[in-house]
Design a protein around this ligand. Structure first.
Ligand SMILES: [Zn+2]
Length: 136
């Protein structure tokens, strides 16, 4: 069964970030559409989700790899800013577990201090060298 699938997928493009995105939007449309099923909006969302699923599978099963690759690159280019912001946000969340992030009262510079057991620590701002005391 797996062999058959491998053979079937040979020379075809496969799943990329853009496919995951369009499939995600498709599922979102269908879920929201199912809540609004009685109205015309629900029908439109349903239809949109269905079209997006077909489009996603068309791309996954496509043999025109370079065209699909180009579409994915375009998608990655358009979404780079958003994805960077998400990554930054995620990074900050992780750092908050191990570090306190304080803002210098003098210049507004953000300063990372490793978390301690609540003892006071004198912080020397690396930018304007104002000293201030915080708990860490
Ligand atoms: Zn400062």
């Amino acid at each position: 069964m797996k062999d058959k699938l491998n053979k079937f997928m040979q020379g075809r493009y496969g799943v990329d970030q853009f496919a995951r995105f369009t499939l995600g939007v498709a599922l979102f449309c269908i879920v929201i559409g199912s809540f609004l099923r009685t109205g015309i909006a629900g029908e439109i969302l349903d239809m949109l989700g269905f079209i997006l699923i077909i489009y996603t599978y068309y791309r996954i099963l496509s043999r025109n790899v370079s065209a699909r690759y180009g579409e994915n690159q375009k998608y990655l280019g358009y979404t780079q800013n958003i994805r960077n912001r998400f990554d930054k946000e995620k990074n900050m969340m992780q750092q908050r577990k191990t570090h306190h992030i304080y803002t210098c009262p003098g210049c507004g510079q953000k300063i990372r201090i490793p978390r301690g057991k609540g003892q006071k620590v004198e912080i020397d701002c690396p930018k304007c060298h104002q000293k201030f005391i915080k708990r860490r």
